[in-house]
Design a protein around this ligand. Structure first.
Ligand code: Q0N
Length: 345
């Protein structure tokens, strides 16, 4: 095909996705789900030599895409996918005493080109509800409270002000809408959708425990975890621990993190990670409707620094340590070098 023909040929659906959305195509791996920011690929069945069981596995890959106001910007934030994967793994490792999780490995079975931003995970039967826990009254919870005095059927005290800490964390599930916004539901509706009220009660209790554990840790790092969302699944091949938390956990994309410094009740709080983009977009005059505008270099750099700061504050180690443990390539390195092992020149 001529140069000209190649350029003018219509893109296939997959090529268009890759070109316009910074989606990584991994050779041979079937893409089974593509979200705003992450992709899920099917992997080979992992044979377990010990037990003779086979485990179905997936590869979850976090991109550097960023969304604000539900729209994905055309400009990626370098290393964002690695920061979010590193944070998710940090929390998976520290919350395994609360509930089992789907993480298998961030090294074995991960293709080189996505090292640092991918996880091999167990394939689960996902529950059809999003498990939101709120410790502060903000966002859609604040709207619902103002309209009804309740959130997800939970009556709250009178006179709460925007961004105020709740007397105790509340479980406010929602349904996974295919298009548009998730719909808030109460516990009973969630139990109906899941088809097992006792299981849903366990999911609620575990969600609140995960939130409380993480919020306490975050607070000690100068960060408020206002709310967060979990997705759970069942692993029928593990009868001792069938309930498993999946997806990403306690990342800035699945949570609202606020700087504790400057926290003030009575108005919305700045986002720890996305505030530079939101402030810039407001000044730029974007109407918050898609398509989202390209982000200028200085705002990209400031936002990248905030993600790295979030990692370092919460994980308590240099971001470089994550890159080194996973053998990730360093974006900044000329020619895309591997991160140097400890002690290497
Ligand atoms: C799964 N999602 C929705 C875009 C979609 N461990 C698992 N097993 C089976 N299915 C899923 C998981 C997980 N996690 C979850 N789609 C499939 C959320 N996202 C995840 C990232 O990619």
């Amino acid at each position: 095909m001529s140069e000209r023909g190649r350029r003018s040929a219509p893109l296939s659906g997959l090529q268009a996705l890759v070109a316009s959305r910074h989606v990584t195509v991994l050779a041979d791996l079937p893409l089974i789900a593509s979200g705003k920011v992450r992709e899920m690929y099917e992997l080979e069945r992992l044979g377990d030599g010990q037990s003779g069981r086979v485990q179905e596995t997936l590869l979850m890959v976090a991109s550097d895409r960023i969304s604000t106001y539900d729209a994905v910007h055309p400009t990626p934030i370098p290393d964002k996918g690695k920061v979010l994967t590193g944070l998710s793994v940090f929390w998976f490792e520290r919350t395994a005493h609360i509930v089992a999780n789907h993480l298998i490995s961030t090294v074995d079975g991960v293709p080189e080109e996505v090292l640092g931003r991918a996880m091999v995970v167990r394939k689960l039967s996902m529950l059809p509800v999003e498990c939101v826990v709120r410790g502060y009254i903000t966002g859609s919870g604040w709207k619902d409270y103002q309209a009804t005095g309740s959130v997800s059927g939970i009556a709250l005290p009178d006179g709460l002000r925007e961004s105020e800490r709740l007397p105790e964390p509340i479980f406010t599930p929602s349904t996974k809408a295919d298009v548009g916004h998730d719909e808030a539901i109460d516990f009973e509706r969630a139990a109906e959708l899941v088809g097992d009220r006792a299981l849903m009660a366990r999911v609620r209790d575990v969600s609140i425990e995960l939130y409380s554990f993480a919020a306490e840790h975050a607070r000690s790092c100068g960060v408020i975890l206002a709310d967060t969302k979990f997705e759970f699944g069942l692993d029928e091949s593990d009868p001792a621990h069938p309930l498993v938390v999946g997806d990403e956990v306690l990342t800035p994309d699945s949570s609202r993190y606020w700087p504790a410094d400057g926290y003030e009740v009575g108005h919305g709080q700045p986002s720890f990670d996305k505030q530079y983009v939101r402030d810039w977009a407001a000044g730029y005059g974007w109407d918050k409707k898609p398509p989202a505008p390209a982000i200028p270099d200085d705002v990209v750099a400031g936002t990248r620094a905030r993600y790295v700061e979030a990692y370092e504050r919460i994980a308590g180690e240099p971001f470089r340590a994550w890159l080194e443990r996973t053998g990730a390539t360093v974006e900044g390195a000329a020619g895309g070098g591997r991160s140097a092992p400890d002690g290497a020149a």
